[in-house]
Design a binder for this molecule. Structure first.
Ligand SMILES: Cc1cc2nc3c(=O)[nH]c(=O)nc-3n(C[C@H](O)[C@H](O)[C@H](O)COP(=O)(O)OP(=O)(O)OC[C@H]3O[C@@H](n4cnc5c(N)ncnc54)[C@H](O)[C@@H]3O)c2cc1C
Length: 594
């Protein structure tokens, strides 16, 4: 069951597994482990319950982020972004970021997973090996209102028996046919790809999303946890983990320490802590920020910096918090010659209310909706993936996972991204550097376990990243050069040249304009990874081994986006589910054997 107060948990209960963080990975693991009725599982989630939260159920409302369900973190001053600080969204609710994300279903490339296998020396992370976990996770269903999706995906690469509902777009956008026509006309890297989730994502294709057949968000909370009906699974919300502490000595690990006790608080304004000890393992699933923060608070990290922060170092693992990789993102909004966009939904209550009535359907009951109309869908119907030019690769090297893996993602949106200006109708062409070279870090800010950490994604600090973003924006202009857009685009985003000027400006002026625009406009794609990176068993760097056990200690694993050594070329929820599914298997197998 889901509990608000520690005192409400069943008295005297012992737990085999304590999971710190009830997010995307945490709830998937909790569900899988608790299918074994002899395992007793406790999840500690810092945020609130997701049960009955209407706004996160309606897919399009993901464009109206609710600060109540977010950690409200910001980055440090970003030198690559003209010394700006930027918002760094993370879900603060059961389901974690899967409860607030944009619901794009993208797996990454086969090469991404093969690279994971190569750097860890564990074939179990290869593309072929992870198909079984994709199958456990994906439940491809017809979209709400059951439109014809023939030709929008390749059924041979999808799965229909998994846990999270996945569907193709349900609501046609007025730009759909133009986008596809432009791709046909231009060919090249905009050539049609029947399925960007086949492992070979290059090209332009349709975008599946984690939305169910009734047009509702399918998250780790709705799909894996449900209402937590199993009596061997307890979930405590409003429970913020401060640290893990050594429980007993063991001969089986390098440091002799076994971290099986979790210290947490239900009121971070006073320092009352509760402690709970796992008889088998603690699994940290706090995400790319929470997980390194918990480890560092526990004295697991770079001993020198821990001492400086006033924390007694217990295990010297200098990679904790390092290697932060996020994809630079710009939602380039062009003024368009139309009134048929999404813009009014987020600025005109009459339109929004009508759309909500359509989404609710005849019953008008949130639990029994039809999910029709724009609110039952997310904000993009297609997506495209591209390589940068050979010239760039020669100059800077190739930061992608391989030649069939992209550096850039571009996707059209039928409106201004998130909240539009009061007037005007827009078409967005979002550009993302999906294989960044920049690496940043997350460090704790002193010894207060709940003080927000210092988050430095180091956006655009590597020359490759800004050069790649320039190529992405040039691709957008080439895209709009297709004849199907004649007269459709009226004006560029502020700071960019008009469609015709772009091709006539001299190279130096154009480059300068792009540089300024990009540094002023870039923010997070919300896909950070890498701060508790996995590495080969004997590697001199990294934090967890290929089985996701924290190196050099006993009883402690980390499973979430923080363990990816590289960001996949995709949005990151599907890879997180893959890691959670495999981790659950590894954990269950380990404890069944011993
Ligand atoms: C706004 C947004 C939009 C996104 N859009 C997409 C998209 O469209 N498609 C896609 O594939 N990916 C998307 N992503 C990325 C994707 O959702 C994340 O990569 C993924 O959900 C991360 O999973 P996780 O398990 O690593 O972390 P989370 O899901 O964030 O889970 C971490 C959990 O741990 C909890 N926690 C943290 N610290 C503590 C602590 N000290 N004590 C207790 N609990 C703690 C958090 O509250 C949270 O519930 C988006 C992310 C965001 C934020």
């Amino acid at each position: 069951a889901i509990y608000d107060q520690y005192s409400d948990l069943p008295a005297g209960r012992e737990y085999d597994f304590v999971i710190a963080g009830g997010g995307t990975a945490g709830l998937a693991i909790a569900d899988r482990l608790s299918t074994n009725s002899s395992f007793r599982v406790l999840v500690l989630e810092a945020g609130t319950s997701s049960v009955g939260v209407f706004n996160i159920t309606v897919p399009y409302f993901s464009t109206r982020p609710s600060l109540q369900f977010d950690w409200n973190l910001t980055t440090t001053v970003q030198s690559g972004l003209g010394d700006r600080i930027t918002f760094f969204p993370r879900g603060f609710i059961l389901g974690g970021s899967s409860s607030v994300n944009g619901m794009f279903y993208t797996r990454g490339s086969a090469a991404d997973f093969d690279r994971f296998a190569a750097v860890t020396g564990d074939e179990g992370w290869s593309w072929d090996s992870i198909q079984q976990y994709l199958a456990l996770n994906e439940n491809l269903v017809p979209p709400a209102t059951n439109p014809n999706t023939h030709g929008e995906f390749d059924p041979a690469v999808h799965f229909t028996n998994g846990t999270v509902d996945v569907s193709l777009p349900s609501f046609p956008q007025s730009i759909d046919s133009k986008v596809l026509q432009a791709g046909d006309e231009l060919g090249g890297s905009f050539s049609f790809n029947l399925d960007v989730n086949s492992g070979l994502p290059l090209g332009l294709g349709w975008l599946p999303r984690t939305i169910d057949s009734q047009g509702r968000r399918s998250s780790s909370a709705t799909a894996y946890l449900g209402y937590a009906a199993k009596n061997n699974l307890d979930v405590l919300v409003n429970a913020r983990v401060a640290r893990v502490t050594p429980t007993s000595h063991s001969k089986n690990s390098a440091s002799g320490l076994s971290f099986r006790t979790v210290e947490f608080s239900q009121d971070i304004t006073n320092s009352t802590f509760f402690q709970v000890t796992a008889t088998k393992e603690v699994i940290i699933c706090g995400g790319v920020v929470g997980s390194p923060q918990i480890l560092l608070n526990s004295g697991i990290g770079n001993s020198t910096t821990l001492l400086a922060a006033g924390i007694p170092p217990l295990v010297d693992l200098p990679s904790v918090g390092q290697n932060l990789s996020d994809q630079a993102f710009i939602a380039n909004a062009f003024l368009a010659n139309t009134t048929d966009t999404y813009d009014d939904i987020n600025r005109n209550d009459t339109v929004s209310n009508e759309d909500l009535t359509t989404w609710l359907g005849e019953s008008g009951q949130p639990g029994d909706v039809q999910g029709a109309g724009p609110l039952g869908d997310t904000f993009a119907n297609q997506i495209s993936y591209h390589r940068v030019s050979d010239e760039l690769i020669e100059k800077y090297g190739d930061f992608s996972a391989g030649v069939t893996s992209p550096h850039l993602e571009i996707y059209p949106g039928n409106g201004f991204f998130i909240v539009p200006p009061p007037t005007g109708f827009y078409m967005s062409m979002t550009t993302v550097v999906v294989s960044p070279a920049s690496r940043g870090s997350i460090t704790i800010n002193g010894s207060d376990p709940f003080a927000p950490p210092l988050i430095d994604p180091a956006y655009l600090t590597a020359d490759f990243d800004i050069a790649a973003m320039k190529e992405a924006i040039a691709m957008v202009y080439r895209f709009f050069n297709a004849s199907v857009w004649d007269g459709y685009i009226l004006a560029p985003p502020e700071g960019l040249p008009s469609l015709s000027e772009f091709f006539t400006l001299n190279a130096t002026d154009l480059d300068l304009q792009l540089e300024t625009y990009i540094r002023n406009s870039t923010g997070t794609s919300a896909h950070p990874v890498g701060t508790v990176a996995m590495s080969a068993v004997n590697a001199s760097y990294g934090v967890v081994d290929p089985d996701l056990r924290v190196k050099g200690v006993n009883g402690l694993r980390v499973v979430d986006a923080s363990v990816f050594p590289f960001v996949t070329c995709s949005h990151t929820q599907v890879p997180v589910y893959v890691f959670a599914e495999r981790a659950a298997k590894l954990i269950a197998a380990y404890w069944q054997e011993v």
